[in-house]
Design a protein around this ligand. Structure first.
Ligand code: NAG
Ligand code: NAG
Ligand code: NAG
Ligand code: NAG
Ligand code: NAG
Ligand code: NAG
Ligand code: NAG
Ligand code: NAG
Ligand code: NAG
Ligand code: NAG
Ligand code: NAG
Ligand code: NAG
Length: 599
């Protein structure tokens, strides 16, 4: 009965190709298009909650493409909100959908990832691809709250509903409702709706959560620098501080900056081209000795600086909404005196320990770390004008995770690291991994349902990411390969995997964006690549990326697909993608500090 209006629209669609947005963007058409109670088990739609209104000539995109391309195109779409409840639970989850005007719709559905502790609050990211899109308030008013603000009801009391909803469930349900809604809204009946996910950072983790948990729902997922292996990743944000406490040295930021700059300068040519970019951090790790920087002079003028709480590059591609929210909450303004000195052995020892990664007191590796030549943002101390010295500063990314998620105390940061050893960090990781194994950890390595239903995964990571180590992505790729294709030869496993899951390191790039210190390439056309792969069967072998600054600005580089690595031919404009076992080995880790497998 409730289908009658959708059917009317279908009839209209059949009789006239010129169905207008005002024909379909009505409360009654949306109500009729909702999946009936019982079709999606556990999800009961509330028709009386529907709102629908046309938004004309909106310039906002809200997707990854829009954020990076700065496109000025405008879109007319139907702005829909609707609530549902979980059967028998009495809760309420609000969904937001943006449905393009019928003449623009290309049978696509697009889900954008958020960033930090936020899901995307924008549904319009797919409009530039002729896609409908959606966003969810996840039942905890996620359009206004970030998840870390609601994870505890109070000390010791975890909000598990919010945790699972943020972890993976809310986006999966939003997509399951959105696809049949879009079909019926346009009167398309059984037409295939190609469904895409695109996100970076936590958005990358969210994408992995969908591939892992709702694999059949997605045709293509683009996941950048995923903030997965959540417990290890978040505690790792405290590691630099722990190194400084352990070694009792708090290097002035200028000294750290000098170490990083000198490393970049020394390792830049190792990849065959001197272009300001360390395209092969593996060769840097294998061939460069940080100690060679000791004694080099550094100088930085006095400045007042503002830093983002999450260690994000200001150019972060995460959606603008959540970036703004993060900035307001987590940003700190600090003033620095002029710094003039020479690089000390102590500072190099701190940097080396950070790049080496966390080990327990038995010397067993617990985690990987940022690639050498990455910035060391988590290591920046604060300057105390009381003592005129540099003092411990715990990044609130890691500090808040430990207080709220491990200690279960409603505090925004650790106040100190008194009594905290490397073993303590390992314990925190262990506790977080086990406690949130099936919600936030997001490292399930068996992607069979996604693969079997034809899904394609494009995974990328800035090689000089200073927030989420690039090796974290390599480790997950290796886990998927060995869990899904463990019985195959390396070559056969690679071939099978690359058919549907491709991974790319982005030379020089930082966290979800280009890197001011290394003017390298960044992939800007991932959705075009993915659409071609999914809808036209054009499987990529390399990834299209463009240099946006420096003397090579405008250059297109077709990035090498992992596990091959770039090697430039002299200072020319071409490079080969080579197999280099020593390099691959340098990216390969085991974590004997944990008894459980760490995927
Ligand atoms: C949808 O397709 C089925 C089978 O092709 C058909 O029986 C049904 O009438 C169609 N419904 C609408 C609303 O077009
Ligand atoms: C579906 O279930 C919800 C929750 O019980 C209810 O509010 C809604 O009216 C139901 N929808 C229909 C069409 O009956
Ligand atoms: C939207 O833009 C089109 C083309 O520029 C224009 O003709 C139309 O009047 C605009 N509509 C509204 C509601 O502003
Ligand atoms: C979409 O609709 C909701 C609910 O009515 C409203 O709060 C929101 O402002 C609308 N968005 C736009 C862009 O008009
Ligand atoms: C490192 O390089 C950056 C970019 O060129 C520059 O802004 C910064 O001042 C340098 N740091 C030092 C200590 O020279
Ligand atoms: C930093 O800010 C303080 C207070 O606003 C101001 O007095 C000082 O001149 C600023 N220093 C620099 C280097 O901008
Ligand atoms: C840094 O210190 C050295 C040695 O004290 C001095 O020669 C040099 O002028 C200083 N540089 C600046 C920019 O102040
Ligand atoms: C905790 O985080 C806040 C916000 O980033 C920061 O200002 C503060 O210095 C941190 N606390 C410690 C002890 O490092
Ligand atoms: C939660 O625990 C912290 C640390 O013990 C304490 O400072 C705070 O007051 C507690 N909050 C409440 C509401 O009891
Ligand atoms: C490897 O295992 C998979 C899944 O169990 C199976 O489909 C495949 O045929 C096996 N391949 C070989 C070479 O045994
Ligand atoms: C790479 O992307 C750019 C921008 O879309 C396009 O002009 C170029 O043709 C692409 N190159 C390749 C080899 O696909
Ligand atoms: C490449 O260029 C750099 C300076 O731009 C130069 O120092 C180096 O010798 C060149 N390398 C080759 C192989 O030509």
């Amino acid at each position: 009965m409730r289908r009658s209006c959708g059917a009317a629209v279908a009839a209209l669609a059949a009789s006239s190709s010129a169905v207008s947005i005002t024909d379909v963007c009505t409360t009654s058409n949306v109500q009729a298009a909702l999946p009936a109670n019982g079709t999606l088990v556990g999800i009961d739609m509330i028709p009386s909650s529907v709102t629908a209104s046309v938004v004309y000539n909106a310039t906002t995109g809200g997707g990854m493409g829009g954020a990076t391309s700065g496109s000025s195109a405008s879109y007319t779409y139907c702005n829909v909100t609707v609530a549902y409840t979980h059967t028998g639970k009495g809760d309420k989850v609000v969904l937001l959908y943006a449905l393009p005007q019928p003449s623009d719709f290309k049978n696509r559905f697009y889900v954008a990832g958020g960033g930090g502790f936020s899901l995307s609050s924008s549904a319009t990211g797919g409009l530039e691809y002729g896609a409908a899109g959606g966003a969810t308030d996840a039942g905890y008013d996620a359009f206004s709250n970030s998840y870390d603000e609601v994870v505890l009801y109070g000390n010791g009391s975890i909000n598990w509903d919010a945790t699972y909803m943020f972890g993976y469930q809310a986006l999966g349900e939003m997509t399951k409702v959105g696809k049949p809604l879009a079909q019926a809204f346009y009167g398309l009946n059984d037409t295939k709706i190609y469904t895409y996910f695109e996100g970076c950072s936590d958005g990358g983790r969210e994408g992995m959560s969908q591939v892992q948990r709702f694999g059949e729902e997605y045709d293509g997922a683009i996941t950048g620098a995923p903030a997965f292996r959540f417990a290890q990743q978040q505690v790792h944000h405290v590691f630099s501080s722990a190194v400084e406490v352990t070694q009792d040295y708090y290097p002035p930021p200028c000294e750290i900056s000098k170490i990083v700059n000198a490393t970049i300068a020394a390792c830049d040519p190792l990849d065959g081209r001197t272009d300001g970019v360390v395209s092969r951090t593996d060769l840097c790790m294998l061939n460069f000795d940080l100690k060679s920087v000791i004694g080099e002079p550094y100088y930085c003028a006095a400045e007042n600086s503002t830093s983002l709480g999450f260690g994000f590059n200001k150019r972060s591609a995460a959606n603008k909404h959540s970036l703004r929210r993060r900035q307001a909450q987590g940003s700190t303004t600090s003033s620095q005196p002029a710094q003039n000195g020479t690089v000390s052995a102590k500072a190099v020892a701190v940097a080396q320990a950070i790049y080496d990664g966390l080990h327990n007191s038995a010397g067993e590796r617990a985690y990987l770390s940022w690639q050498i030549a990455s910035e060391l943002g988590d290591a920046s101390p604060t300057y105390s004008t009381d003592t005129n010295s540099w003092e411990l500063s715990i990044p609130s990314t890691g500090g808040e995770y430990v207080t709220k998620f491990i200690q279960l105390l409603d505090l925004d940061n650790l106040s100190d690291l008194d009594g905290v050893t490397y073993d303590t960090l390992v314990e925190w990781m262990q506790t977080g991994m086990v406690r949130y194994m099936d919600s936030l950890q997001t490292t399930l390595p068996d992607l069979t349902p996604f693969q079997a239903s034809g899904g394609k995964l494009l995974h990328y990571h800035g090689e000089s990411d200073s927030s989420i180590p690039a090796a974290s992505s390599v480790h997950y790729w290796q886990s998927v390969r060995s869990v899904m294709y463990g019985n195959l030869t390396d070559e056969a496993a690679l071939e099978s995997l690359q058919d549907w899951y491709q991974f790319y390191l982005v030379p020089g790039a930082g966290h979800c964006g280009a890197n001011q210190l290394q003017p390298g390439p960044y992939p800007q056309t991932n959705m075009d690549v993915m659409i071609d792969w999914v809808e036209n069967g054009v499987k990529p072998t390399r990834l299209n990326a463009t240099v946006s600054s420096g003397s090579y600005a405008g250059e297109t580089q077709m990035l090498c697909q992992w596990p091959t690595r770039p090697l430039w031919q002299g200072n020319s404009s071409s490079f080969d993608c080579v197999d280099d076992q020593a390099s691959i080995d340098s990216w390969t880790y085991t974590f004997p500090a944990f008894k459980l497998p760490v995927y």
